[in-house]
Write a protein that binds this ligand. Structure first.
Ligand SMILES: C[S@@+](CC[C@H](N)C(=O)[O-])C[C@H]1O[C@@H](n2cnc3c(N)ncnc32)[C@H](O)[C@@H]1O
Length: 187
């Protein structure tokens, strides 16, 4: 998957874009002074910047070198709380219980669900805000079903988490916003 994703995404990140973050990320206040967040498939880091501003130390991971160079050039690169990782999500080992928050926006790799569960600390939150299959073509986002959520998918996959938000929005650009907390004691 690395070569394919790299060659597909690198040209899309040639141009520097200062996008506004999705508002869903504002629900993730750090729970501790040294809270660590993972911005998975971070792109040019519009949510990385929001997470740093909220007080997190952030690991920003993306397959695209161009995207990470832009992220750093926005001024965040000098922040000692930021670690940029150019890697394929499928090949980068995520340590168990190392994140207080995992943020996945406009990206989906459903093979990672078990890894993400393990990578969150007890009490840590997962936020996924991405495209949803609402039974009609999505005006934006991917066309490949591998990259689009099905209705109820995250609630089923993370049934062992405490679900804090599960909002499936139909419309020309259907999306799901899902936020859930890893339980301190597994059920
Ligand atoms: C639509 S962009 C979303 C970026 C960011 N999350 C945001 O909301 O602005 C999808 C991102 O996924 C990254 N990506 C795609 N496949 C990847 C993979 N296998 N490993 C890591 N990153 C990947 C791309 O480089 C791209 O930056």
């Amino acid at each position: 998957m690395t070569i394919h994703d790299l060659t597909r995404w690198e040209p899309r990140h040639t141009e520097k874009k200062l996008g506004a973050p999705r508002s869903s990320v504002s629900a993730l206040a750090p729970s501790a002074v040294h809270a660590v967040a993972l911005d998975l498939a971070c792109g040019q880091g519009r949510h990385t910047r929001a997470l740093l501003a909220a007080g997190y130390a952030v690991i920003a991971l993306d397959v695209s070198r161009n995207a990470l160079e832009h992220l750093k050039s926005f001024g965040t690169g000098a922040d000692a709380r930021l670690l940029c990782v150019q890697a394929d999500v499928d090949n980068w080992p995520l340590r168990q219980e190392s994140f207080d928050a995992v943020v996945i926006i406009d990206f989906l790799d459903r093979r990672l669900y078990a890894t993400l569960k393990a990578a969150l600390r007890p009490g840590g939150q997962l936020l996924v805000d991405t495209f949803l299959d609402a039974g009609h073509p999505n005006a934006e986002g991917p066309s490949n079903a591998d990259n689009i959520l099905t209705p109820g998918e995250l609630a089923r996959a993370f049934h062992d988490f405490e679900i804090l938000e599960d909002d499936e929005q139909d419309g020309p650009t259907a999306r799901a916003i899902f936020r859930a907390r890893k339980r301190a004691q597994p059920r």
